[in-house]
Write a protein that binds this ligand. Structure first.
Ligand SMILES: [Ca+2]
Ligand SMILES: [Ca+2]
Length: 272
């Protein structure tokens, strides 16, 4: 077992896969038979994935500079990402083992990463099925639809309400499953810039208006909130933040704030 990925109150590190240590917490496993036809669609892949137990997914990632196919997942040391690209199996899995170091049980998480697809082929099941599990036990793998059945190049983000709390100090498993396509050479599906946050992440839209004012817009969170700004970023958890003293405008489920010309370059929304 190659370590865990710690998730503290400010989230995990952003993992860019640029060093051997950046693959700590990532493991892989191959699943036989060697057959491109054994898995034919997402339904049969899901049926197979549900039999997995996290404690049996223990292989270190293969290391490559070529982007080759393989029985299990790889770390590409040249392009500095990790990927799945099955051959010689019916499917393989890639797993991240997270550890809750927030000091409390966690009920919601946000997961984001940059996805990529190399050598895209048509005519087979697209992309991964991606799951989370708090127990790592068979039939307790919960699909993450935002990451599944799609082929894309770009950032993916999903926020999920966990089916049971993630205990403080305990593991949470994320699993990417890729089938061995029949009669075509599998694409590589890549993962980079991986980040986990213990809660919801709110995306702020920043617009510079013609008169020099700035407008910040975001989707209204379900809980109470406050908008803060700082001129110099010295950490999400630093004490340099101060509350933005402007009234909020609401428009449907969107909230916006217009600010007079300011040198505040960084904004955050947090619960009071
Ligand atoms: Ca990278
Ligand atoms: Ca595939």
């Amino acid at each position: 077992m190659a370590g865990v990925i710690p998730v503290g109150p400010q989230g995990s590190a952003v993992i860019t896969f640029n060093t051997p240590a950046s693959t700590n917490g990532w493991t892989t496993a191959l699943r036989l038979p060697n057959s491109g036809a054994a898995i034919s669609n997402s339904l049969s892949l899901d049926t197979a994935v549900q039999t997995n137990v996290a404690s049996a997914i223990t292989m270190a990632l293969g290391i490559t500079t070529s982007g080759q196919q393989g029985s299990s997942a790889f770390w590409h040391t040249g392009l500095q990402y990790i990927y799945t690209r099955p051959a010689g199996v019916s499917y393989h899995v890639l797993m991240a083992t997270l550890e809750n170091q927030t000091g409390a049980d966690v009920g919601r998480i946000t997961v984001s990463f940059t996805a990529g697809a190399v050598n895209v082929q048509l005519g087979h099941m697209p992309g991964w099925l991606v799951y989370y599990s708090v127990t790592g036990q068979p039939y307790e793998w919960h699909l993450i639809p935002e990451f599944s059945n799609l082929v894309t190049n770009g950032a993916l983000t999903a926020t999920m309400a966990l089916t049971s709390p993630w205990p403080n100090g305990g593991p949470l498993y994320l699993l990417w499953a890729d089938d061995n396509a029949d009669s075509v050479t599998d694409p590589a599906y890549t993962i980079d810039d991986f980040f986990v946050f213990p809660g919801d992440v709110i995306r702020l839209l920043y617009e510079r208006l013609p008169d020099g004012e700035a407008r910040i817009t975001w989707v209204r969170p379900t809980a109470s909130f406050m908008l803060e700004h700082t001129a110099t970023f010295s950490g999400i958890g630093s004490n340099s933040w101060s509350q933005v003293p402007f009234p909020y405008q609401t428009n449907g489920n969107m909230i916006s704030v217009t600010l007079a010309p300011t040198n505040a370059g960084f904004f955050r929304v947090r619960s009071p």
